[in-house]
Design a protein. Structure first.
Length: 443
């Protein structure tokens, strides 16, 4: 434990000496803060509003229930006046007191009084409590302009930060899990460590087809529904499909172990795991990843952000598998691994406790670069109108709006700058991690 702690301190000490990487890390923390507090930075509902002598806290009251309904008494008619928070325009109410968030607009809110690419410096208007269209005060202005349908660019950038970070982290989490899993199997077991009966080996082929049919093909509608319901539902349905797929393969393997009199089927054969996984990696490496992501995303008629994350993560996993395989091939032949095998330690214990911690350094570096690539891939899909739902505002969709009017410079500059800064941050952090995790560098 002490050695692990010392290594961690040494890595952080080296990383801190790389000033661009350290500054990028602090910028990333700032972006994470923006993503987590996006509803308190850009929201059409105020933090506090006093209306007809009643205090409301719309942002907090709608945090769990977006369709919350509250009421107050009209002093003229003495009747209850209902307020449905998700459709109420608080800017048009005669509020006695109000505290707005820094950007009083939601990402997908359409401002019909400021439509048609209103620049940040152009005159802007709003409808006041008396029903008059008047110049907007400073707090109610679109400080970074609007797009063609009146959506606030600043609000889109703030909420787009959350989407960009989620896409990067979740996509690379999927890629990391799959890549490390398959790379570890290929690197450790190779082609001559796993032996099964010839019948089990033959039955693996129909097992794969059965697993695909029952785990994916007949469940495709459930998977589509989950992808449109939410991220947790998507992960749950994917895990169910993986379980069915693995279970049917395992059943075929167990059937193949049945005692038979025919020696041909009872004979033990090696399973060339490394060959299978390596050829699979080479197939995907021969095709440009971004082109493959765009092609697969365009095949799905229904658009979903979790589906885009799954596609990006799945298609980037072969590169991580190649890195992991190379590290496992190198480490498994070292003396301390051979000692562990001589002591009778199990394969799983050796893989997880002795090889994997020492094989993760290049994978972690690639994950940092991969997050930047995933953000570029998602922005490219949004720019092309593929994969991401039309009602989801992302940096790529904001950038795509600039194509309709090339004079709307703010539609290209601000989203493009956000993408550039984020990708540069992850790239610099990746460079810093590469230097900090290099065993040849000592402090």
């Amino acid at each position: 434990m002490k050695e692990t702690g010392d290594n961690g301190k040494n890595t952080w000490r080296i990383f801190r000496k790389n000033k661009p990487a350290l500054v990028s890390f602090y910028f990333l923390l700032f972006f994470v803060f923006i993503a987590l507090s996006s509803d308190f930075i850009a929201n059409k509902q105020p933090i506090y509003a006093r209306y007809r002598d009643t205090n409301f806290y719309p942002i907090f009251q709608t945090f769990a229930n977006k369709n919350r309904v509250d009421s107050t008494i009209n002093p003229v008619t003495k009747k209850f006046e209902k307020l449905q928070f998700d459709i109420t325009d608080w800017r048009e109410l005669p509020l006695q007191n109000v505290v707005w968030v820094p950007i009083p607009y939601s990402a997908s809110e359409k401002d019909k009084y400021n439509m048609g690419y209103i620049s940040p410096s152009a005159p802007q208007f709003y409808k006041n409590a008396d029903g008059q269209i008047v110049p907007a005060p400073y707090i109610l202005k679109h400080h970074l302009g609007t797009n063609n349908i009146g959506e606030d660019v600043a609000a889109g950038l703030i909420h787009g930060t959350s989407i960009a970070l989620r896409v990067g982290l979740i996509s690379m989490s999927i890629a990391g899990f799959l890549g490390i899993l398959f790379g570890a199997f290929a690197g450790y077991f190779g082609d001559n460590k796993i032996r099964i009966s010839r019948l089990s080996y033959i039955l693996l082929i129909p097992g794969i087809f059965l697993g695909y049919f029952y785990g994916i093909f007949i469940r495709i509608q459930d998977l589509k529904t989950a992808f449109h319901t939410g991220l947790l539902q998507s992960i749950g349905q994917i895990l169910i499909s993986v379980f069915i797929f693995s279970f049917l393969i395992f059943i075929c393997y167990i059937i193949g172990r049945a005692p038979l009199k025919v020696s041909f089927f009872r004979m033990k054969v090696f399973v060339p795991i490394d060959i299978f996984i390596s050829r699979f990696i080479e197939i995907f490496d021969s095709i440009p990843a971004l082109l493959l992501i765009i092609t697969i995303s365009s095949l799905f008629v229904e658009k979903s952000l979790p589906l885009v994350m799954a596609i990006i993560g799945g298609l980037m996993s072969p590169k991580i598998a190649r890195l992991t395989r190379a590290e496992f091939l190198k480490i498994r032949n070292l003396e301390y691994i051979q000692t562990a095998q001589a002591l009778g330690f199990g394969d799983w214990r050796i893989m997880l406790r002795h090889i994997l911690p020492n094989a993760l350094a290049p994978v972690i570096v690639y994950l940092a670069f991969g997050i930047a690539y995933a953000i570029i891939a998602e922005s490219s899909l949004s720019f092309l109108g593929i994969g991401v739902p039309a009602d989801t505002v992302t940096w790529g969709s904001l950038l795509s709006s600039a194509r309709a009017d090339y004079t709307a410079w703010w539609m290209a500059v601000f989203p493009g700058l956000a993408i550039f800064i984020t990708v540069a941050i992850y790239s610099l952090i990746g460079e810093g991690l590469r230097e900090a995790l290099d065993p040849r560098i000592k402090v």
